[in-house]
Design a protein around this ligand. Structure first.
Ligand code: DAK
Length: 261
């Protein structure tokens, strides 16, 4: 797989995906979005990869969709670009392996929307967040008007989106936009350690947790709880459940040794 703007590295059970277009602060052009799409497919297929860390090269995570590419688009092209971004971000959100965003710097516009499509967000103290689209004459187009309000609440999302202002990592943490803030030097280690902890647990159970949480958030509580019962039941068809519980009863643990079966 030939990639120009993304680096995909495998480290044991985890994949490290780095958006690597630092000259444009990792802005998302069509090529980069298409490569993210390919990389998600690759990770989905690879049964050895059980969790993912997503980060950016240089001083930015992603400084938004690529303004120079977007500036000349007509209505049809703008729509096509929006559809591509939404398709890729939704695919990432639905990837049945947890994705941890390691937010190293500017996380703006499409970059913040990309981060919102991951499962857990860790920020460096240097990271900056915002949805500056209205300062450019557009609306957020890769899910920002929908996912941000779901994550930080309607009022806070509207304030960020209507003002286009930038906030720092501490404020992002206070709002619940990020789950943890660490020193820049510790960011990748922290994200990888979290990914490895997750990857050492029973993979099918972890996957079903992700599906149940994401699906449940989009439905009424009765339907959601009924779905939870179904996935809970499904776990009893796995070898990992039999062996995991067997190990516990023998005063042992299967953490780190699950078969993904
Ligand atoms: N696009 C393209 N290039 C960008 C960029 C971006 N988003 N952000 C930065 N760059 C480029 C700069 O143009 C500059 O390029 P050169 O001049 O060196 O060639 C280089 O990266 C370094 O940037 P700066 O020189 O500006 O660096 P500073 O440290 O001074 O400032 C900054 C960093 C992040 C504050 C600044 O670059 C900045 O304000 N960038 C733009 C941030 C922004 O507005 N992002 C939101 C983009 S809009 C939709 C689909 C998608 C979207 C909306 C609708 N539909 C189709 C419905 C999404 C929209 C967005 O994400």
């Amino acid at each position: 797989m030939e990639l120009k703007n993304i680096i995909l590295e495998k480290e044991g059970k985890i994949a490290l995906v780095t958006i690597n277009r630092p000259a444009a602060l990792n802005a998302l052009n069509t090529e980069t979005l298409s490569e993210i799409d390919l990389v998600i497919d690759e990770i989905e297929k690879d049964s050895e990869i059980l969790a993912v860390v997503l980060t950016g090269a240089g001083k930015s995570f992603v400084a938004g969709a690529d303004i120079s590419e977007m500036s000349d688009k007509n209505v049809i092209e703008g729509r096509k670009f929006g559809i591509l971004g939404n398709k890729v971000f939704r695919k990432l959100e639905n990837l049945e392996k947890p994705v941890i965003a390691a937010l190293n710097g500017f996380t703006l516009g499409g970059g913040n929307e990309l981060a919102l499509s991951t499962d857990i967000r860790i920020a460096s103290t240097k990271a900056k967040f915002g949805q500056p689209e209205v300062t450019l004459g557009i609306t957020p187009g890769f899910g920002g008007t929908q996912r941000l309000a779901r994550v930080i609440g309607v009022g806070a999302a509207k304030e960020l989106i209507y003002t286009g202002k930038m906030i720092n990592a501490e404020e992002a943490f206070r709002l619940g936009l990020v789950d943890k803030v660490v020193e820049p030097e510790a960011l990748l280690d922290e994200a990888k350690a979290l990914a490895n902890t997750i990857a050492n647990n029973a993979p099918i159970a972890v996957k079903l947790c992700k599906v149940a949480i994401n699906k449940g958030l989009q439905t009424d509580i009765d339907t959601a709880l009924s779905f939870e019962s179904e996935v809970f039941g499904a776990c009893f068809s796995t070898e990992d459940q039999k062996e995991g519980m067997g190990a516990f009863l023998n005063k042992q643990s299967l953490v780190g040794k699950f078969k993904n079966k």
